[in-house]
Design a protein around this ligand. Structure first.
Ligand SMILES: Cc1cc2nc3c(=O)[nH]c(=O)nc-3n(C[C@H](O)[C@H](O)[C@H](O)COP(=O)(O)OP(=O)(O)OC[C@H]3O[C@@H](n4cnc5c(N)ncnc54)[C@H](O)[C@@H]3O)c2cc1C
Ligand code: FES
Length: 237
């Protein structure tokens, strides 16, 4: 069982509507794609919230998160200099592959792909999809960055999945809403090796409660423990 640690907030601010960038002091080193269970409150809500590592360098871990409910709202109020509680790093992370690589992110799902873009041996092509307002493009290390917005506010008007031909890539890493990941499974098929970073409601975050499972063949896998990163063929979304 991983111990709780207290981490000092070094920087914290809103970078787009409802999207925050949080930097904290950490000692642990994690693979890209891992996450922490975070809490910035005392007793309520009961559960900590899983947030991916967006960047980790020189003892500083950065997160990008979207305010969607009570936990993330409380987190957004934390001032620089205070401490928050972390458990982790947790999860398997992205295996680092070589070849021609694409990263595909949808909305706040871009977060774990940022650290991955810095960890790969060659800068990848990065495809980012948003509903309307875009954010975070400048944090990536990329050969090229392509953007799609459903509203047409920036880049291609439509879905991020329309931006690329899977046959041009050896490996594709993706994180975003489940409908986007499902569309990617369908689009990519066997044209490229596809890794998906999944989201699930999590209670314990460490494999104990079976609250975060995803169907995998005739059985189930825990997103927090066996994941959150899976090969596309391993999971039925
Ligand atoms: C491995 C992992 C990594 C994640 N990384 C990030 C990240 O880097 N940045 C980020 O912003 N978010 C991330 N998330 C999602 C984040 O954990 C949730 O948005 C957060 O727990 C919501 O907490 P809340 O108390 O604000 O909202 P709640 O009050 O718990 O919920 C508010 C609303 O959001 C819905 N919701 C809550 N959690 C999820 C979920 N996991 N999937 C779908 N709907 C949900 C609820 O049904 C409800 O409608 C990650 C989730 C996982 C599993
Ligand atoms: S959250 Fe408890 S097993 Fe995954």
């Amino acid at each position: 069982m991983k111990k709780e640690t207290r981490a000092r907030v070094l920087a914290h601010g809103e970078i787009a509507r409802g999207v925050y960038r949080l930097a904290v002091e950490t000692k642990q080193v994690a693979a890209p794609g891992c996450f922490y269970m975070i809490r910035a409150w005392e007793d309520e809500p009961l559960l900590s919230r899983p947030i991916s590592i967006a960047k980790q360098e020189d003892g500083v871990t950065e997160f990008l998160y979207l305010v969607v409910g009570r936990g993330t709202k409380l987190l957004s109020k934390v001032k620089v200099g205070l401490k928050i509680t972390l458990v982790g790093p947790l999860g398997n992370g992205f295996p680092l592959e070589s070849g021609k690589i694409a990263l595909v992110g949808g909305g706040i799902g871009i977060a774990p792909l940022i650290e991955l873009s810095h960890a790969l041996d060659v800068p990848p092509d990065v495809f980012l999809g948003f509903r309307d307002e875009t954010y975070g493009e400048e944090y990536f290390r990329a050969k090229e960055i392509y953007v799609a917005t459903e509203s047409g506010a920036k880049g291609h008007k439509g879905f991020v999945t329309e931006l690329f031909d899977a046959k041009e890539y050896d490996v594709i890493y993706a994180c975003g809403p489940t409908p986007m990941l499902r569309a990617l499974q369908h689009k990519v098929g066997d044209d490229a090796k596809l890794y998906l970073s999944l989201e699930a409601h999590m209670a314990c975050g460490v494999g104990a409660c079976i609250g975060c499972t995803v169907a995998s063949g005739d059985t189930y896998k825990r997103v927090c423990k066996e994941g959150p990163v899976f090969l596309s063929q391993e999971v039925q979304l």
